[in-house]
Design a protein around this ligand. Structure first.
Ligand code: DC
Length: 224
């Protein structure tokens, strides 16, 4: 059976995970959240007390770290050496650390193999920063999903308020801008729109509108 690969890249907070997950469900594809893999590695380094500058410790530690994705009722679970760490990965601290470790070559090399292997086996919607440019350069459909930084910060602010967390809008915006810069200016696999990616600015679109756009595009392209 033909395997289809959809790549969705874009900056933090553009809504990639939400729309990728919903679109994958509608297309009966597997959703692969590659950010969660970087977050799992960051969590492992954090637990070992390793900082992003400690290259030889990072290289040594990588031999003993196993990141696996598994699925329960359609939900992606991330296993770190067999432990389900899914619920520990979404914090701001782990996200920032993931972005700080992500520029390192051995970290990227380890996850690249795993991501390609997943996409070769089954039809996926994979989201991240370098999926269309590096991980799956031959993906059947590539989307570059973005939104204005202020809109992304506002959405994040509302999300945190709903969860009952105390937060400061200005701080959130600064965090987003720092992360954008870090992810876009690193040397290896920076966040960039692939030449053949469809550009989608979701600043003024609802989640449902973005999902419909992607699903329709996939259907037109795969099953005309
Ligand atoms: O999408 P996210 O916020 O969960 O990603 C966390 C960090 O991981 C992000 O700031 C950069 C890194 N990342 C990456 O470098 N490449 C990817 N394909 C996915 C995430």
């Amino acid at each position: 059976m033909k395997v289809y690969n959809v790549a969705i890249d874009g900056p933090a907070g553009a809504g990639k995970s939400t729309v990728a997950k919903m679109a994958a469900e509608r297309l009966s594809f597997v959703y692969v959240d590659t950010g969660s893999m970087y977050r799992a590695l960051a969590l492992a380094f954090m637990r070992l007390g390793i900082k992003p500058g400690e290259m030889s410790r990072i290289e040594d530690a990588l031999y003993g770290i196993d990141v696996t994705l598994s699925y329960r009722g359609g939900e992606q679970m991330v296993l770190l050496n067999g432990e389900d760490v899914t619920s520990l990965l979404r914090s701001q601290q782990v996200g920032d650390l993931a972005s700080a470790f992500a520029p390192l070559a051995p970290v990227r090399a380890k996850l690249l193999l795993l991501q390609r292997e997943l996409a070769g086996r089954t039809s996926v919607i994979m989201d991240g920063r370098d999926i269309g440019t590096t991980v799956l350069p031959h993906a059947d459909l590539k989307i570059y999903l973005t939104a204005d930084a202020k809109v992304r910060a506002e959405r994040r602010y509302k999300e945190l308020l709903e969860r009952g967390s105390e937060c400061d809008k200005e701080e959130i915006l600064n965090g987003i801008l720092t992360r954008d810069k870090q992810d876009m200016t690193r040397e290896i696999s920076p966040l960039r729109q692939a030449k053949d990616a469809v550009y989608l600015d979701a600043s003024h679109m609802t989640v449902d509108e973005v999902v419909c756009f992607i699903v329709n595009l996939a259907k037109e392209r795969f099953w005309p």
